[in-house]
Write a protein that binds this ligand. Structure first.
Ligand code: PDD
Length: 281
């Protein structure tokens, strides 16, 4: 069950994989990524991740890549690693070229991946929920594109840890609640789930999408609409969702308890749905 790297078609140990220093991902953050996971040796929502990758590549005017080629690369690496609960990180940069802002004429996209063991969420996070802080969203206006320019996310996460919290929630300068540093956000209020609509201000999370779909199939209403900081703090429950996060209750924000300060039934319901989906048909 080795953790492995993939570098433009070759599979090798992670510490042997090297990328040239003039890779545009390294110099300009001119690269997109995906992060997908397997449950019990089966990749979760692979086609949805490929759809989003195509969206990111298209939005940045990367040359069209062969979807079958990328799918096969992911499947090959995943099979070779044979890790039951793995996380696959895939990054595609615009290529390697002497540093110059315009798109290089000759460079070919660089495709790199790693596959690693994914560790379970600490049980106390599920039992007690996590603490979060709010931070002003200073990201660019195209958060729907999954680029590697993640400094605002990195800074926000670090600020959360230094404040004794586990994560940060981005809130726009005018008070609209967006998402977590690597997760989408739902609130449960007035007996219903609510989450930010799909706009360029957030990432179209795959976990978000599969959960909304699953809820609607069971006649559970999910409203995709904007809500502000005031509604967030007054919610009965706040829940983060993502490939690594899965479904995580947030029970304290900026030092204030959410609802009764304990994980609630909405978080439990969403987690059960995700577990059922991950277990497969
Ligand atoms: N991030 N929003 C942001 C800003 C994210 O970075 C992520 C995922 C999500 C959730 O998307 P999904 O459900 O498709 O994982 C939402 C990955 C896991 C990461 O950066 O590691």
């Amino acid at each position: 069950m080795p953790e492995l790297a993939y570098l433009n078609g070759e599979i090798m140990p992670i510490d042997e994989a090297r990328v040239p220093i003039e890779d545009r991902g390294y110099q300009f953050a001119d690269a997109v990524y995906e992060y997908l996971a397997s449950y019990n040796g089966r990749l979760f929502a692979l086609e949805a991740h490929l759809d989003r990758l195509e969206h990111s590549l298209g939005a940045l005017a990367f040359p069209a890549l062969d979807r079958n080629h990328i799918r096969n690369a992911i499947l090959t690496l995943h099979k070779r690693a044979a890790i039951a609960r793995s996380g696959i990180y895939l990054q595609i940069s615009r290529g390697v070229a002497p540093r110059n802002h315009p798109f290089p004429v000759q460079a070919a996209p660089q495709i790199v991946m790693t596959v690693r063991q994914l560790h379970p969420t600490p049980p106390e996070y599920l039992r007690d929920g996590i603490r979060a802080i709010t931070v002003t969203d200073s990201r660019w206006s195209r958060c729907d594109i999954k680029t590697v320019q993640l400094l605002p996310n990195v800074m926000a996460k670090q600020r959360a840890l230094e404040a004794g919290a586990q994560d940060a929630i981005f809130v726009s300068p005018d008070g609209v609640v967006r998402e977590g540093t690597a997760s989408n956000l739902f609130i449960h209020a007035g007996g219903r789930l609510h989450t930010h609509p799909l706009t360029p201000a957030i990432l179209a999370g795959i976990t978000r999408a599969v959960l909304i779909d699953s809820c609607r199939k069971q006649a559970i209403t999910v409203e995709e609409r904007f809500f502000d900081l005031h509604e967030l703090m007054a919610a009965d429950e706040v829940v983060l969702t993502g490939t690594v996060t899965e479904v995580l209750p947030v029970t304290q924000i900026d030092g204030q308890a959410i609802g009764n300060g304990r994980p609630g039934p909405a978080a439990e319901m969403l987690r059960t749905q995700l577990e059922a989906l991950a277990a497969g048909p």
